[in-house]
Design a protein around this ligand. Sequence first.
Ligand SMILES: [Cu+2]
Length: 770
Amino acid sequence: TLALGWAIATILALQTVAATKCTPRTLHHKARVFEDLSAQELKAVRNFLWSHKELRLEPSRTPTMAKNSVFLIEMLLPKKQHVLKFLDKGGRPPAREARAVIFFGAQEHPNITEFAVGPLPWPYYMRELPPKPGHQATWASRPISSAEYALLGHALKEATKPLHQFFLDTTGFSYQDCHSRCLTFTDVAPRGLASGERRSWFILQLFVEGYFLHPTGLELLLDHRSTNAQNWTVERVWYNGKFYRSPEELARKYEDGEVDVVVLEDPSPKGKSEKSTEEPPLFSSYKPRGDFPTPINVTGPRLVQPQGPRYRLEGNTVLYGGWSFSFRLRSSSGLQVLNVHFGCERVAYEVSVQEAVALYGGHTPAGMQTKYIDVGWGLGSVTHELAPGIDCPDTATFLDALHYYDADDPVRYPRALCVFEMPTGVPLRRHFNSNFSGGFNFYAGLQGQVLVLRTTSTVYNYDYIWDFIFYPNGVMEAKMHATGYVHATFYTPEGLRHGTRLHTHLLGNMHTHLVHYRVDLDVAGTKNSFQTLQMKLENITNPWSPRHQLVQPTLEQTSYHRERQAAFRFRQPLPKYLLFASPRENRWGHKRSYRLQIHSMADQVLPLGWQEEQAITWARAGRFPGPQSHLVSLLRRYPLAVTKYRESEVCSSSIYNQNDPWDPPVVFEEFLKNNENIENEDLVAWVTVGFLHIPHSEDIPNTATPGNSVGFLLRPFNFFDEDPSLASRDPVIVWPRDGGPNYVQRWIPEEEGDCLMPDPFSYNGTYRPV
Ligand SMILES: [Cu+2]
């Protein structure tokens, strides 16, 4: 019987091999085509650029705008067809190239030029990456550099000198010789009202812990368009509901007693000083205060993986059960997963974050002006350190990132990314099979485990947490959690029309968050079609009782032929089943498909009138829909658009859209304009998710993640012949046995692993050039 057992085991093993036999996974060395640039490569590109003396490059921190400097270097992804040819058919890898953005400010007509530099690691050529015809990035559209911020800080300090006494009297803080009681600022964007302008509203704040929540009541408009900071001028001042022409005018009127003054409460509450030497915390602080009825004074549960991780990291490639994918972290626009396989097949070539915007309303000029388009604030580069046990489980694998963004060297961001497997706390599948007489025929369950790839972007006050989640049953999820400090302005009673009073002098401004994703699905090959399934009610005569009518649901399938047809508007209900179908069929004769399931609250927050008005303005004005960017209006319009893959349409936004939303180099609308055929083509889905955020008192000190996450799922729909999580060895089946203990059947031994204590908590917090 032992021999027979072996024979059966061998046959079973062979069958298993046959069932999962497929072309070998993309080896790590092949996935290098997706890898971000190494420190050596970034330096090689920088040195190559600097060796071109005719570029007359200067360091990024040289305190002037009238200089030529390298702003950004990141990996330039080769063309998809070249990558696929290399991955699937072999041969030489496509040339490895960098994208380099140079600001040419040291000339009469400054400009921004982008170059491809290659081949890496030893570059010897550079070629201009030409903008799309008619879409040159304007000089004014460039992101603000740290050198410009230093000059702006200086300009504000100079300009507000006449207000020194005013600030001391009204806030107790100042800009001059201020030590621990200094002012700081938040600038908002867009910076003006028309293309070419660069004039920003600044909110002056007390520089204390959580300064975003401590406006002084003064806002100021500064024109900083000139490359010579000497020419920068304050154009307007707003204080407590009134406009003034200049700081001088406000100072004079204040001295004359003509200003309606609000003397701020001291931000540090006095009081308990007898009990403790420590000052009571600010309302904007994380320090605990108050008590729960059931106090907790011990640490909480944490993850352990006694037998080590069940995923494998090979460079920038993750292997986990049925899944394999590569990833990169673009300094410009953030996290991107590539070459996503389940089983033996590619299901997506790319799923990536494209943009995050937040559109505000307010009564103060800064509040009403704010429309943040975060790629313009380095969305992909502000990936600060993740804390083990808080930002990711202790068991996570942490990875550093390198960014060459507004710097003269690559900067290492430690622990910028994490990868971990975690229990979801809910079974993936389970069933209790009752015998309906006090017992059971069997119980079976498959624990819910997922693999998560995570990074964050701290865009000044706000923190986005970006997750890509992989389930054992072929489902992939993209999710954004919002947290951090709210963008807030000075409280005035009129402000209540646009938000909530959050503290004595603080208004939390209402806003809409929208996030744009690119989803380049390749469902059983690159040739896919887009179709939707809906329910249609049918009224028929009951065939077994002709006197009765019967209403029953039927399937209604819609095929989409053209891009414009598959551009869904927010006001129309989105069909529930959005399917990307291969012409190939599964075993049961259905088209092998993946379903896009969108989890968003954005459709509830975009009122009809707004969009109608936009559309009318657009029609009337021709190219530009009023003071909004194309991107913003498009994101507002379409929760989903499906386009045919085009190499010129790989990003829906750019680092330039924020500061010139009126004439940006990337106009998403144009992706749809040519209205191409989308039947049996390489398709890309553009997904907008978002939510309306009306701040409330519990947003103090920070917006919390529960309820503030949006995203989408990619779910197999007749893609497999059965649930592919059947390949998991995690199930447990319990069989009752007559007169004995239940038989517990499992495929992974219940091993007693060491319950390892994680490393002690550590956090470095620095990000330094390498
Ligand atoms: Cu918000």
